[in-house]
Design a protein around this ligand. Structure first.
Ligand code: NAP
Ligand code: F7E
Length: 340
């Protein structure tokens, strides 16, 4: 019998990779998307899977829409990937973020409890929940200290998932994923902003790229591998929480250096902090500048995950390192630049 899976956030980066994986595994994939005038499903088209998904409308703030789906289908697995996922936006839209990223999780859990208690549930938790951390590496036991409305909403989603697991004996698992990137990453996130920005500069379509705090450190992995980890979390006998991470951490500045190296651009850094600039070695023209408008009201300075548990129990390990990730992202940036 074919398994049926619901993926909320099917139009996002992770939704696309997870759908690709489940289709390969012969699942019937129900992709939940919210109504939008400019729905083009570019990620699903790029992976050539847009025709293999059954689309259903679902707005995470609407309980009725969620319940309707659970009455219509019997889901073996439910992956909740939908969220207002951009940390910077969460400072401007804290209520919407709390409603979607936080309470949205509860709406789905309530639908599962009421209509489908045997469905296995995956919640996309986030390393942002650790926030300002004082530990060298963060694992499943580390203290949470969230720094944004986004992270606080994710923490609510994380705890309500644990609570429904315990109170109602649901199979409800949480994957605490550290940053994962890919050519399908949204352009507002810093890695994609950099790969797209630098390629546009090389091609003469952009003069200067403006960024915020390039001294922050992140543990960046490859999103496709993280989708695999999410699926593995729902194949166990008992639901649990797992960290997905690479265990390595780099500054945004390190990420830029890796990109510049791969693109063979002759550049040097001049100045520091707000005056920091990346300039063309020959012409001395600015290529990257710092703009205060990209700084956040509260920053997360350092994240580095410890995935020992996922490694031991799931046999999951991140394989792609920073260099490999940069190559993947820039190669595809170049390919689609040529095709325009
Ligand atoms: P993403 O690319 O921003 O995708 C978010 C998805 O949520 C999109 O499909 C979006 O639809 C949908 N969505 C937003 N608001 C919605 C609403 N009100 N109702 C229904 N759907 C809505 O995010 P991602 O990078 O794939 O991440 C997937 C999940 O993992 C998110 O929950 C994110 O918070 C979490 N996470 C991500 C990372 C990471 O590094 N990528 C790390 C930890 C946790 P539209 O296309 O219509 O906007
Ligand atoms: O920022 C700094 C910024 O927006 C990373 C989401 O997927 O991962 C993501 O959240 C860092 C921050 O990702 C710019 O201040 C500097 O320190 O790429 P980001 P994020 O905030 O880490 C977590 C795990 C999630 O759960 C989230 O959903 O880069 N930074 N300059 C900048 N960031 C952006 N976006 N733009 C800049 O110009």
């Amino acid at each position: 019998m074919k398994k049926t899976a619901l993926i909320t956030g099917i139009t996002g980066q992770d939704g696309a990779y997870l759908a690709e994986l489940l289709i390969k595994k012969n699942y019937r994939v129900i992709g939940a998307l919210r109504r939008s005038a400019r729905q083009d499903n570019w990620r699903l088209k790029r992976l050539n899977i847009d025709k293999k998904i059954i689309f259903e409308e679902l707005e995470l703030s609407e309980e009725n829409e969620i319940n309707r789906l659970f009455k219509k289908y019997k889901f073996n697995e439910v992956y909740n990937l939908a969220a207002q996922s951009f940390v910077a936006t969460s400072f401007n839209s804290p209520l919407n973020t709390s409603n979607i990223t936080g309470l949205g999780v509860l709406r789905i859990l309530e639908a599962i409890r009421t209509y489908s208690p045997r469905s296995k549930f995956f919640q996309a938790s986030s390393s942002e929940m650790f926030g300002q951390t004082f530990e060298n590496k963060q694992d499943e036991q580390s203290k949470f200290n969230p720094q944004s409305p986004y992270a606080i909403s994710k923490l609510y989603g994380h705890y309500i998932t644990k609570n429904y697991r315990k109170s109602y004996n649901l199979y409800a698992a949480s994957g605490i994923a550290f940053n994962h990137e890919s050519p399908l990453r949204g352009e507002e996130f810093v890695t994609r902003k950099i790969t797209k920005g630098l390629v546009s500069i090389m091609k003469g379509e952009l003069k200067v790229l403006e960024l915020g705090n390039v001294y922050a450190k992140r543990d960046w992995g490859y999103a496709k591998e993280y989708a695999q980890g999410m699926w593995q979390m729902l194949q166990l006998k008992k639901a649990d929480d797992f960290i997905l991470s690479t265990g390595k951490t780099y500054t945004i500045k390190n990420f830029i250096d890796e990109c510049v190296k791969y693109l063979k651009m002759e550049t040097i850094w001049i100045g520091k902090n707000l005056k920091l600039r990346l300039v063309n070695k020959k012409t001395k023209k600015d290529l990257i500048k710092i703009n205060k408008k990209y700084f956040r009201p509260a920053e997360v300075d350092y994240l580095r995950g410890d995935s020992k548990k996922a490694n031991k129990v799931l046999k999951w390990k991140a394989k792609t390192d920073l260099k490999g990730l940069v190559k993947l992202m820039i190669d595809e940036e170049m390919k689609y630049f040529k095709m325009r």
